[in-house]
Design a binder for this molecule. Structure first.
Ligand code: HEM
Ligand SMILES: *[C@@H]1O[C@H](CO)[C@@H](O)[C@H](O)[C@H]1NC(C)=O
Length: 325
């Protein structure tokens, strides 16, 4: 009895130093370590954005794909000489290079400050850059939580079945988002990210052409389908990418949800949010009230940024975002 008691007491102080996955991120995490980190990142991201608009959608999508595979640990940024990293998986191969470049440039800017060198994780830089691009394209500004550490593992295999497909219907979307603690409302708000950016034709061809006797998707607005067929003919160049939000493609607004009301969602996974009675009310709310959408987006992207994060002494602070230390 006494011996057991002694052991518990002896172990107790130790447990304080054992990191747990429930460790919290927080705002201003770097205030004593690298007080200017947020302005350094913002300046680098703004400069990159001024060079090319793609910076914004590319960075936002990169953050999402990072968080859904092994958590928000910058594992998506790791490169593999043998082509076996996350970014080599078919679901990640279309991630635009400008997203990776944004993080690399922001990291270089941070590391040019001697007090910050090798002290800010690539995962946190991606989270800050994502917050900044959303604001740059007219979306809401929010305080970003920090304190993530970088992962040391990135494999092609770990991407398999971890990212939503454009063919998904509501239940499949909900199941996948729920597995990361995200609600249906979070999922709908995050899908609003498709208010900016581009898609290759192959991702929605099955909806707008008859294939093997399957008819055209009746939930696509017929005149939108016609426009899409003009931009994406059957023998289209696979490099062609079109705007996902046909109305305000360069603005982060709730036009995405008004498009869904018109049958102008590009993917099945977009249009199902309006077609399915269980999610239509939220789409109508976000379509009518941009403030409600923005608030829900901030809540959801903050929750997304907490998914399976490494903190404390887990992982590392990578020196070069594309290779482990
Ligand atoms: C709900 C399930 C989702 C599905 C099925 C999905 C699927 C896709 C697909 C197929 C593309 C086009 C890729 C290409 O052809 O290059 C795309 C682009 C994009 N997605 Fe999603 N996505 C989803 C959710 C999200 C979320 C949660 C975010 C971010 C919060 C996001 C942000 C983006 C952005 C910004 C682009 C444009 C990328 C660019 O222009 O480079 N998506 N998505
Ligand atoms: C829009 O949503 C916001 C935030 O939920 C709410 O405070 C506001 O009252 C709503 N506006 C209208 C016109 O319903």
């Amino acid at each position: 009895m006494d011996q057991i008691h002694f052991f518990i007491l002896a172990l107790l102080p130790l447990s304080v130093f054992i990191p747990t996955t429930s460790a919290q991120l927080r705002q201003n995490y770097y205030s004593n370590i690298c007080p200017n980190v947020e302005s350094i990142v913002r300046a680098a991201v703004t400069q990159k954005f001024q060079q090319t608009f793609v910076t914004a959608p590319a960075t936002l999508r990169l953050f999402f794909h990072d968080c859904f595979v092994r958590g928000c640990d910058a594992s998506v940024l790791l490169a593999s000489p043998s082509g076996n990293a996350e970014r080599d998986h078919p679901d990640d191969i279309s991630l635009a290079g400008d997203g990776f470049d944004t993080v690399i440039k922001a990291k270089a800017a941070v590391d040019r400050d001697p007090s910050c060198q090798n002290k800010v994780s690539c995962a946190d830089i991606l989270a800050m850059a994502t917050r900044d691009v959303v604001a740059l394209v007219g979306g809401p500004f929010y305080e970003v939580e920090l304190g993530r550490r970088d992962g040391r593992i990135s494999t092609k295999a770990s991407v398999q079945r971890r990212l939503p497909q454009p063919s998904f219907h509501l239940d499949q979307l909900n199941t996948m988002f729920a597995s990361h603690g995200l609600t249906q409302t979070d999922m709908i708000a995050l899908s609003g990210a498709h208010t900016i950016g581009f898609s290759h034709c192959s991702k929605f061809m099955r909806r707008i052409y008859k294939f093997r006797g399957k008819s055209i998707d009746p939930t696509v607005n017929p005149s939108y389908a016609k426009q899409l067929r003009q931009m994406c003919p059957l023998n289209v160049d696979p490099r062609i990418a079109i705007n996902m939000d046909p109305t305000t493609p360069q603005t982060f607004d709730n036009a995405y949800f008004r498009n869904l009301q018109q049958g102008m969602g590009l993917f099945t996974s977009d249009q199902t949010l309006f077609t399915d009675a269980r999610s239509q009310g939220t789409v109508n709310l976000f379509a009518a009230n941009n403030t409600a959408f923005q608030q829900a987006f901030i809540t959801a992207i903050t929750k997304l940024g907490r998914v399976d994060v490494k903190t404390g002494n887990q992982g590392e602070i990578r020196h070069d975002c594309s290779v482990v230390n």
